[in-house]
Design a protein around this ligand. Structure first.
Ligand SMILES: [Zn+2]
Length: 229
C-alpha cells in the first residue's frame, strides 16, 4: 500500500526555504488511473484508513456530478464506504482544503472520480501539494467510452508527480485499459455524451482489441456475463 509521507511544512511560497528542503520530502500529487472496476475507490478508502489509524486527518472529495451513492459519499464495490466532501466544478479545491487545514491540520487529501476534476482544479491540487505541503492522491479513469482522455485525467497525466496504473483484466485475460459503453443488447456504443453516470451496467472494462471488436460489431459484451456472446 502506498502511503506518501507528509513533508515538512516548508517550501514554496516561502522564498528561501524551498531550496533547503530535499525534493523527496516535498508533498506530491499522485494519480492512480485505471479502467472501470479496478478497485480505485477501495484503494482510496484503504489509503485514507491507513492515515486515520495513525491519528492523521484526511479529507475526501468526490465531484458533485457523481450522485450515485448520495452526494458526498464514496462507496467501493466490496462494501467499504466513507463520507466525502462533494466538489462542484466551479469550486476552488485549494480554498476548501486551506480552510479545513486552518481548523485542524490535514495530512492527506484524497479525490475520487478525479477524471471529473476541471483542469483548473487539477492545478489547485498541485497548489495543495506545493503550497500547503499536503500530498494529494487522485483516483480516476484514464479515458472515456471513446478512448479519449477525460479533461481531469489529461491534466493529471500532464502534471502529477507520480503516476500509477491500477490494473484490471478483460474477459480474455489481457489487461483492460478501455471503458466500453454498451447498449441493452451488449453492443458497443460509439456516440454519445462523455459523462453519462449510470454505473457499471452500461460499461465494461476491456482490452483494446476487444474494445475495437465491440465497436466494429464483431462481438457483443454483456457487463454481467464477463465475456462476449
Ligand atoms: Zn480482451
Amino acid at each position: 500500500m502506498v502511503l506518501p509521507a507528509r513533508g515538512r511544512t516548508a517550501g514554496w511560497p516561502w522564498p528561501g526555504l524551498s531550496a533547503t528542503v530535499p525534493a523527496s520530502r516535498m508533498a506530491k500529487v499522485y494519480f492512480y488511473y485505471s479502467a472501470m472496476n479496478a478497485g480505485k475507490s477501495t484503494v482510496l478508502l484503504q489509503s485514507s484508513h491507513n492515515y486515520r489509524e495513525r491519528g492523521m486527518r484526511t479529507l475526501l472529495f468526490t465531484p458533485a456530478i457523481d450522485t450515485r451513492h448520495g452526494t458526498g459519499r464514496i462507496r467501493s464495490r466490496i462494501g467499504l464506504e466513507a463520507d466525502a466532501f462533494p466538489l462542484a466544478a466551479a469550486e476552488d479545491l485549494l480554498v476548501r482544503v486551506r480552510d479545513q487545514h486552518a481548523r485542524a491540520p490535514v495530512a492527506c487529501v484524497l479525490v475520487d472520480e478525479a477524471q471529473f476534476l476541471t483542469p483548473d482544479q487539477v492545478w489547485q491540487v498541485s497548489d495543495i501539494a506545493d503550497g500547503l505541503d499536503i500530498p494529494v492522491l487522485c483516483y480516476g479513469l484514464r479515458t472515456d467510452f471513446q478512448g479519449k482522455l477525460f479533461p481531469g485525467s489529461a491534466a493529471l497525466l500532464g502534471i502529477a508527480d507520480d503516476l500509477t496504473e491500477l490494473k484490471t483484466i478483460c474477459h480474455c485475460g489481457r489487461k483492460a485499459t478501455m471503458n466500453l459503453r454498451v447498449d441493452g443488447q451488449g453492443r458497443g456504443v460509439r456516440e454519445g455524451a462523455q459523462v453519462e453516470i449510470g454505473g457499471n451496467d452500461r460499461y465494461v472494462a476491456t482490452c483494446r482489441r476487444h474494445f475495437k471488436d465491440a465497436l466494429a460489431g464483431r462481438i457483443t459484451v454483456r457487463p454481467d456475463a464477463h465475456g462476449p456472446r
